[in-house]
Design a protein around this ligand. Structure first.
Ligand code: SIN
Length: 327
C-alpha cells in the first residue's frame, strides 16, 4: 500500500488563529489558510500526503447550515473517491461537537473522517494546534478508524462524535471529554491505540442530510423561569424544542404544562439536562406528555439529532425516542 492521501478541509477556528504576540490572550480565529497550514505541517515529513481545500475561515460560532452543507457535500464525494483514504476537517472548538455529530449522522463512513481543533492560536506559547493536527493525520490514515463514525481528536485523545463535548473554555489537556464513553483511543504523533473494536457495521449514511434545517430552539431552564419564556421561543415556526432542564431534565410545572399542551398539537419536546454529565432517562409522565428523553445527549447534540430526524420526516415521539436511545 502507498502513502495514505488525506483530504484536509479548513473551516477556521483557533487552530487557524493568530494573536500576533505569543503572550497575548486575545487573538483572531480563522486567519491561516489551509494551504499555509499544510505547508507548515510539511516540515514534519509525515508519512502521508495531504490535499487541502478551504471551506470557510471563520470562528465556529458562525458555522451553521451553509458551512455544514458544504462540508457534507465535499466529504460525501471524498468518501466515494478512490484518490482519498480519509479526511480531516480543521474546525473551531466551540461548536466542533455539533458539526462532528451532524456529519456522523449523515455521512457514509467507509473511510475515516476526523475533526480537529486547537485551544490556543498557532503563534501562542504552548500552541496545541499542530500537535492535534499531526495526531489527527495519524488517526485519519488508520483504516480501523472508519468503523467508529466521525471522530474528534483533541489533546492526544480520540473521541467519538456522539460522546465528544467541550467542557472547558481554556487549557489544552482536558478541554474535551467523552460522555457517556470516555476516549475511544489515545494518540500521539508516534502512536495510536484504540480502546475496543470498531462499532459501526454499516458504512451507509444513517440519515439524509437536511435540505433545510427545521427551527428547533433550546430553552435553558433555571429556577423561576415561566411559561411565557417558553412560549416566546415557540412564537415562530418551531417544530421541536429541546429543554436544557435542571437536574435530570426537569422544568417548572407551568413550563411543563405548556409544553405538554403543545406536544399534543405535534411539537416535539426533548428533555435534556443543563448538567454537564447529565443522563436523562424517561420518566412515567413522559408517555402522557408525549415527551422524549435525551438520554446521554447534551442539549446542543439533542437539537442536532432532532433537526435531522424532523428533516427526515421522523415525527412520532416513540420513534424519535428509539433513536435517542441509541444515537
Ligand atoms: C472557535 O470555535 O472558532 C473559537 C474557539 C476555538 O477554536 O477554540
Amino acid at each position: 500500500m502507498g502513502r495514505p492521501k488525506l483530504l484536509v478541509l479548513g473551516t477556521g477556528g483557533t487552530i487557524a488563529g493568530v494573536a500576533g504576540d505569543a503572550m497575548r490572550h486575545d487573538y483572531r480565529p480563522g486567519q491561516i489558510g489551509i494551504e499555509d497550514w499544510l505547508a507548515d505541517a510539511g516540515k514534519f515529513a509525515l508519512d502521508v500526503d495531504f490535499a487541502g481545500e478551504q471551506i470557510a475561515n471563520i470562528g465556529s460560532e458562525d458555522i451553521g447550515p451553509t458551512v455544514w452543507a458544504k462540508l457534507h457535500a465535499r466529504l460525501e464525494s471524498a468518501v466515494e473517491d478512490p484518490a482519498y483514504d480519509g479526511a480531516i476537517v480543521t474546525h473551531g472548538t466551540d461548536t466542533a461537537e455539533e458539526t462532528a455529530f451532524l456529519l456522523d449522522l449523515t455521512l457514509p463512513l467507509a473511510k475515516p473522517v476526523v475533526l480537529v481543533g486547537a485551544m490556543r492560536p498557532a503563534d501562542a506559547v504552548g500552541s496545541d494546534g499542530m500537535r492535534n493536527f499531526v495526531n489527527a493525520a495519524r488517526v485519519a490514515s488508520d483504516p480501523e478508524a472508519a468503523g467508529r463514525g466521525v471522530l474528534l481528536v483533541m489533546g492526544d485523545r480520540v473521541l467519538a462524535a456522539r460522546d465528544a463535548r467541550k467542557v472547558r473554555t481554556r487549557g489544552t489537556d482536558d478541554a474535551f471529554r467523552g460522555f457517556p464513553r470516555g476516549a475511544v483511543g489515545i494518540v500521539t504523533p508516534a502512536s495510536l491505540e484504540w480502546f475496543g473494536k470498531p462499532w459501526r457495521e454499516e458504512a451507509a449514511a444513517r440519515f439524509v442530510f437536511p435540505g433545510a434545517f427545521p427551527h428547533v430552539p433550546i430553552l435553558y431552564a433555571a429556577g423561576g423561569i415561566d411559561a411565557a419564556q417558553a412560549d416566546a421561543l415557540l412564537a415562530s415556526d418551531a417544530r421541536g424544542i429541546v429543554v436544557a432542564g435542571v437536574g435530570e431534565g426537569n422544568m417548572p410545572d407551568p413550563v411543563r404544562r405548556l409544553l405538554a399542551a403543545r406536544a399534543r398539537d405535534g411539537l416535539i419536546v426533548v428533555r435534556a439536562s443543563r448538567v454537564d454529565e447529565g443522563l436523562v432517562d424517561r420518566e412515567p409522565e413522559d408517555d402522557a406528555n408525549r415527551f422524549v428523553a435525551a438520554r446521554a445527549l447534551n442539549p446542543q447534540k439533542a437539537r442536532t439529532l432532532l433537526m435531522v430526524l424532523l428533516a427526515n420526516g421522523v415525527t412520532d415521539p416513540a420513534r424519535i425516542q428509539g433513536v435517542f436511545d441509541n444515537p
